[in-house]
Design a protein around this ligand. Structure first.
Ligand SMILES: *Cc1c(COP(=O)(O)O)cnc(C)c1O
Length: 388
């Protein structure tokens, strides 16, 4: 049975060209980029070339890119780095209730250290209201953090508008763009962000490497103490093969993002439309149009999301309930609850996230196997009977 992978929001397969680009930096060019002899300098050049590519993809300049161990570290560096650098000016941070755990937990940590956190709500589609930010800003506000698009429900936030508000108020603005970099064209100047997180393994690069864009002039302290790497913003010997892999992944994405996004949007809408047509009690979660090209998140009434997932797995289809992080616990996803879904609907949610290898046939296969699975589970469900 051929596997159909539909969980690209959790991670993507590493592009074979990315793997090839990385290999020499494990073996022939293994030098430390900080060393002065030529071995080290080869590695240094490769790191700097990758930095230039990442900068180019998002419209930044090279010195504004700080390599990290991934999206989680980029988010932590943004929140803690800005908070500690601006402590003397204020202690207030504004974020939303639907952020990734890397932002939510970093904010929670800062709260315990004495920072004040405002977590703004979202509407039924998962959208924040920019006017809420204007109202929430005080003279103590030092940072706003809003994700570009939700890894769970795919909703794309009005980041530009929030950026204008932040700029007007002189407040630093961070966006977690892990789900959008390499998936939809974006530019840090248009988005009006001061900091932006990205991660290689969400764009066909390797796991364990990412970057934080830090606009020139943004005050940031390092949260890692040690060497002077990354202009003193992130201590630790550079992950040369990983960084080279990120550079290659970004180069490939740069060539195909717009076209691929269009292709995925069509597959996405075919999958959504097909599910709504073939099954009763299906509801799309997230915004119908302001959504990631590859994200499908539905609640399928009167079945357990996990039961559907396991049955799809038997058919070789990989999907997810909520986010990868919350699916190992049986707590409903904080994002779906923030959208106002009752907990039964949050429990019966399924996420399919499409990617490069997916085709029309994959979507058709899901549409063929899913309705009978749901019908079988519903036939056994006491929930449906009691509702009738
Ligand atoms: C995956 C993800 C992260 C975490 O990135 P890692 O590289 O896995 O640490 C952060 N934010 C969002 C929105 C994500 O999807």
């Amino acid at each position: 049975m051929k596997r159909i992978y539909l969980d690209h929001a959790a991670t993507t397969p590493t592009d074979p060209d990315v793997v090839q680009a990385m290999l020499p930096y494990f073996t022939d060019s293994f030098g430390n980029p900080s060393s002065l002899y030529s071995y080290g300098q080869e590695a240094r050049e490769a790191v700097e070339e990758a930095r230039a590519r990442v900068a180019e993809l998002i419209g930044a300049s090279s010195e504004e890119i700080v390599f990290t161990s991934g999206g989680t570290e980029a988010d932590n560096l943004a929140l803690k780095g800005v908070a500690y650098a601006n402590e003397h000016r204020g202690n207030h941070i504004i974020t939303t209730s639907i952020e990734h755990h890397a932002v939510l937990e970093a904010a929670g940590f800062l709260e315990k250290q004495g920072f004040a956190i405002t977590r703004l709500p979202v509407d039924g589609y998962g959208l924040v209201d920019p006017r809420d930010f204007r109202k929430a800003i005080t003279d103590k506000t030092i940072l706003i953090s809003v994700m570009h698009a939700s890894n769970e429900v795919g909703t794309i936030q009005p980041v530009e508008e929030i950026g204008s508000i932040a700029r007007e108020a002189g407040v630093c603005f961070h966006s977690d763009a892990v789900q959008t970099v390499g998936h939809i064209p974006l530019n840090v100047h248009e988005l009006k962000v001061d900091l932006l997180s990205l991660s290689a393994h969400k764009l066909y690069g390797p796991k364990g490497v990412g970057a934080l864009y830090v606009r020139k002039g943004t005050r940031l302290v390092s949260i890692m103490q040690g060497g002077e790497q990354e202009r003193g913003r992130r201590a630790g010997t550079e992950n040369t093969p990983g960084i080279v892999g990120l550079g290659k992944a970004v180069e490939i994405a740069g060539h195909e993002t717009a076209e691929e996004a269009e292709r995925l949007r069509r597959l996405r809408d075919k999958l959504i439309g097909g599910m709504l047509d073939t099954m009763e009690h299906v509801r799309l979660n997230g915004h119908p149009t302001r959504r990631l090209p590859n994200n499908v998140n539905v609640s399928i009434g009167f079945v357990e999301g996990e039961a559907v997932l396991l049955n799809l797995d038997l058919e070789g289809i990989c999907a997810s309930t909520g986010s990868a992080c919350s699916s190992s616990s049986s707590e409903p996803s904080h994002v779906l609850l923030a959208l106002g879904l009752p907990s039964e609907q949050a429990h019966c949610s399924l996420r399919f996230s499409l990617g490069r290898e997916n085709t029309d046939e994959h979507v058709e296969r899901v549409l063929k196997v899913l309705p009978p699975i749901v019908a079988r589970l519903r036939a056994m469900s006491p929930l449906l009977k009691s509702s009738r």
